[in-house]
Structure formats: structure tokens, C-alpha cells
Design a protein around this ligand. Structure first.
Ligand SMILES: [Zn+2]
Length: 282
């Protein structure tokens, strides 16, 4: 079996697709050769899976949220955290799993119409594009808090505090929620955690000012991918400060910074770090 082909990177919400696997249950797990649905990653579950509907001759069902799956050489489907192999493992097909409400015995080789809830998708795309911009703004504002040269750099070649300190990231409708931890290894790398944590309110203001400046430029956002398969690498590109920056990203996004309107963050202290809540007001 082949890996699922995914069209959400192209901004698609609708596909007519051929059924390649159907596991009847509550929910029924449907796999198609092609899909417009974005699945939540099993490795870094930042963006929730798309929801929507599936319809076929004589029936329809609510879909989602979609997840990643892998089908073994023997034809057994494993979903999300139960996937026992690395992506690209020989003989395994990595697929998008559409959970269908109710029990539906759909024929392999049959056709379904898959339709993503465009409004829910758009709200998540706003949240995810905002989240990338926030990470870059945070890295910019935290540059003075590094006491040493750091080799890990972000897409703007700034010290990559976001990548080094992030514990979890969750994209939400028109926002995101991140947890950052400044542990021993990060302090050893040179982060002045005492000053940073003492100055969170000021940092919050500076991040919001940086976001406003970048958003005013209204730069284009585009996506690219190494191939059509769900496991092929995908990228986010955005024009910022007069050049295009590139970040590896599997999620969905809006088409320009102008669509984001206002993005603002709130920082709150937690043990050995802080939480960040971002909000997008288009
Ligand atoms: Zn991303």
C-alpha cells in the first residue's frame, strides 16, 4: 500500500477519493488514497486534526479530528501513539486516518467525497501562522538575555530560544499555547534566566511591539513540500524584513501576514519557565 497523498498543503478543502482501508467500529476508521484533511502529528502534536464530513452513495458521516496512522505490511492499522515504527519504515504505509461517527462498512476501492470544515480549518491556520511569528518575535526580544554565543539559530539567524526551551505547543482556534522551560542545560548554554523571568512583563510588551511591526508589513506566506505523500517534508515561508524566511512545518496556514490582523501574547511565570498564550484578532 502507498502512503496517503495529502492536499491540505495546497489549501484544498475538498477531494473525491478512493477508499483503501476501512475498519468498522465506533468510530469507523477510514483511509483514502488522497485526502484534503490535515491530521494531528503523532510526533509533535501541535495542530489538532481537521474535522468535516464524508459522503458516499447512500450515506454520510461526521469526520474527525483526523490523526496519523500506519498500516503494516500485513495490513493492520495502527493509530497515533500506537504507531510502532519510524516514518518511512520498509513496507509500512503512513496514512491519514479519518474517524467516522458510527459504524460504516465501506467497500475498498469505492469512492467517497471528503469535505473539510473550512471555518474550523481557517481558525487553526490563523493560530498556526501567528504561532510561528510569535516564536520569531520571542527569539528577537530575548537576544540580550544570552550571555554566550549559541549555535542553534532560527530562520532569522537569531539564537533559537523557542526551539531550545519549548516543552509543548498547542495550536488553537485563533491562537496558540506554549510552555517554555529554562532548565539547567539552557542556563549552561548561557540564558540569563533570573533576569529573563524577572522581566517577563517587559518582554511581553516588547514581543507585542515586534509583532505589530512585522504584521504592518503584510508579507506573503506560502507553503511548499518535498512531495505529495503525508510523510514528505513540508515548509512554511514568510516574507519578513524584506526577505523570505523558511521553517519546516507540517501544519496549515493563511496566505499573508495581513490576514492575521493583530497578534498579541500573554506571558505567565511557571516553575523554571513561563507559559505563552497568543491570540490572533483578524
Ligand atoms: Zn508549524
Amino acid at each position: 500500500m502507498e502512503h496517503s497523498r495529502a492536499s491540505f498543503v495546497l489549501g484544498h478543502h475538498f477531494e473525491q477519493a478512493r477508499i483503501v482501508h476501512c475498519q468498522v467500529g465506533e468510530p469507523t476508521l477510514l483511509v483514502t488514497e488522497l485526502t484534503p484533511f490535515h491530521p494531528q502529528s503523532h510526533l509533535w502534536p501541535d495542530q489538532p486534526g481537521d474535522v468535516g464530513t464524508a459522503s458516499w452513495e447512500g450515506g454520510s458521516a461526521v469526520v474527525g479530528p483526523c490523526r496519523m496512522g500506519a498500516i503494516s505490511p500485513e495490513g493492520e492499522l495502527f493509530v497515533d501513539q500506537a504507531i510502532p515504527v519510524k516514518r518511512g519504515a520498509e513496507g509500512w504505509a503512513f496514512v491519514v486516518v479519518h474517524p467516522l461517527a458510527g459504524q460504516h462498512a465501506l467497500p475498498i476501492g469505492g469512492e467517497v467525497e471528503l469535505k473539510v470544515d473550512a471555518e474550523a480549518r481557517h481558525a487553526l491556520s490563523l493560530g498556526h501562522s501567528g504561532c510561528h511569528l510569535v516564536a520569531l518575535a520571542l527569539n528577537r526580544v530575548l537576544m540580550p538575555y544570552w550571555r554566550k554565543e549559541v549555535s542553534e539559530r532560527d530562520a532569522l539567524e537569531q539564537p533559537d530560544f523557542d526551539r531550545l526551551a519549548i516543552q509543548s505547543s498547542r495550536v488553537e482556534s485563533r491562537g496558540s499555547r506554549e510552555q517554555y522551560r529554562i532548565g539547567k542545560s539552557l542556563r549552561k548554554k548561557g540564558v540569563n534566566s533570573e533576569a529573563l523571568l524577572a522581566e517577563l512583563p517587559r518582554i511581553e510588551q516588547q514581543v507585542n511591539a515586534q509583532l505589530a511591526e512585522w504584521l504592518a508589513s503584510g508579507g506573503e506566506i506560502r507553503r511548499s513540500r518535498a512531495g505529495e505523500a503525508i510523510i514528505d517534508s513540508r515548509y512554511w515561508h514568510c516574507v519578513l524584513e524584506g526577505r523570505e524566511v523558511t521553517i519546516p512545518c507540517g501544519g496549515t496556514h493563511v496566505g499573508s501576514l495581513a490576514e492575521l490582523g493583530i497578534v498579541s501574547v500573554q506571558l505567565n511565570p511557571r516553575e523554571e519557565g513561563f507559559t505563552l498564550q497568543s491570540r490572533v484578532s483578524p
